[in-house]
Design a protein around this ligand. Structure first.
Ligand code: ATP
Length: 350
């Protein structure tokens, strides 16, 4: 079994990103619990709840796992101001302004669905790239905590740069991308509780260097649970797009997501019916594999319009520009997304 000594030794080279001193030297380790090979740590650092913490948590997990832990749980708290000063740092200052939430120019569009697997992330990614292809400055936040798929879908391998307190998004297809998945270890199970999730999202608004966005697309967790509701409430100014499949029951479930949008007073821009039909390449005939009518029914219920019926179909994958879920502008589905982007721009910019 791993000992406390070994854990401390493993942490010796890891530095507090703000103070640039070893966690051990600044007395950051406030608690160590070891159960078999599960290690849980409480760490006091100069600037918890910030980009610096995100940068650090990965280093700590790696160091302790390299020492033999199977799983590492972390809790962070603020290192006392005297300690911060003693080790050469300035007391944490409130981040100055520059929150995306204050930028009047930016329109937030949350993409939601009643349940998982209906294509919400695919729609978010393609809406974002199409808006960018129309010349708009666009960002996307992948906040779907049940599966961070946006980086994979867009073929992103790099991670954002973290410089001091600022996070620089990764740019792909002219879209500025931030995903929670950038800050967690591959496949590591993470339990997101409301406050932690809210804090992460707030960081994405306040600490990411977004370049003067016209549109910010938010890929939200599916469903109508507490987490989804919390996020919706955090974004009072957001508009919303609801994704459904054509099946009547799918639309019924999506209606609950839509009702939640109305409760939070978000304007619903429209409904997208995804996987609407399959079009035969040979005959051009449409087959309604997943039923029919779900989109229009949902739009009627939410008193909005159907922005697009998107058929089944895969993007052509270009080896050089590998992005498994981004449709080209020449692809029939890519064209539908471009028309949809026009509709969205028309609705917002008049
Ligand atoms: N129009 C389409 N034609 C073919 N495949 C599609 C289409 N839309 C989405 N898909 C595929 O369906 C799967 C689910 O899509 P996606 O991940 O976008 O759904 P989601 O609603 O975001 O799911 P989750 O909430 O579970 O993340 C993916 O494999 C995606 O490539």
């Amino acid at each position: 079994m791993l000992t406390e000594e070994q854990v401390l030794q493993a942490l010796e080279p890891v530095k507090d990103p703000h103070l640039q001193k070893s966690l051990i030297e600044i007395g950051a380790v406030k608690e160590i619990k070891i159960k078999k090979n599960l290690v849980s740590l409480k760490l006091a650092i100069a600037q918890p709840g910030t980009a610096e913490q995100m940068q650090l948590q990965q280093e700590v997990v790696n160091a302790v796992k390299n020492a033999g832990a199977e799983s590492v749980g972390l809790r962070f708290e603020k290192l006392a101001d005297e300690e911060v000063a003693k080790h050469g740092g300035a007391a944490a200052e409130e981040e100055e302004g520059k929150s995306l939430l204050d930028n009047k120019r930016t329109t937030f569009i949350a993409v939601t669905s009643g349940k998982g697997g209906v294509g919400k992330s695919t729609v978010s990614v393609n809406l974002a790239t199409s808006l960018a292809r129309k010349g708009k400055k666009v960002g996307i936040i992948d906040a779907d905590i049940y599966g961070f798929s946006v980086p994979d879908m867009m073929g992103i391998e790099e991670r954002p740069k973290v410089v001091g307190q600022r996070i620089y998004p990764v740019t792909r297809f002219d879209v500025q991308v931030i995903s929670m998945g950038f800050f967690v270890e591959d496949n590591s199970p993470i339990i997101w509780r409301g406050p932690m999730l809210g804090k992460m999202l707030n960081n994405f608004f306040n600490e990411v260097e977004w370049d003067d966005l016209d549109y910010l697309i938010l890929d939200l967790p599916p469903g109508t649970g507490d987490v989804a509701l919390d996020i919706h409430s955090m974004l009072p100014q957001s508009k919303e797009i609801v994704v459904t499949t054509p099946h009547a029951t799918a639309a019924f479930v999506a209606a609950r997501a839509g009702a939640m949008a109305l409760k939070t007073e978000h304007e619903i821009l429209g409904v997208i019916e995804n996987m609407a039909y399959f079009e035969s390449k040979l005959t051009g005939e449409k087959e309604y594999v997943f039923g029919q009518g779900g989109g229009p029914k949902l739009a009627e219920e939410l008193q909005t319009e159907v922005l697009a019926h998107i058929p089944l179909g895969q993007p052509e994958i270009d080896e050089e520009n590998f992005a498994p879920s981004v449709y080209d502008t020449e692809h029939p589905i890519g064209k539908i997304y471009m028309e949809m982007a026009d509709k969205v721009i028309g609705k917002i910019e008049g």
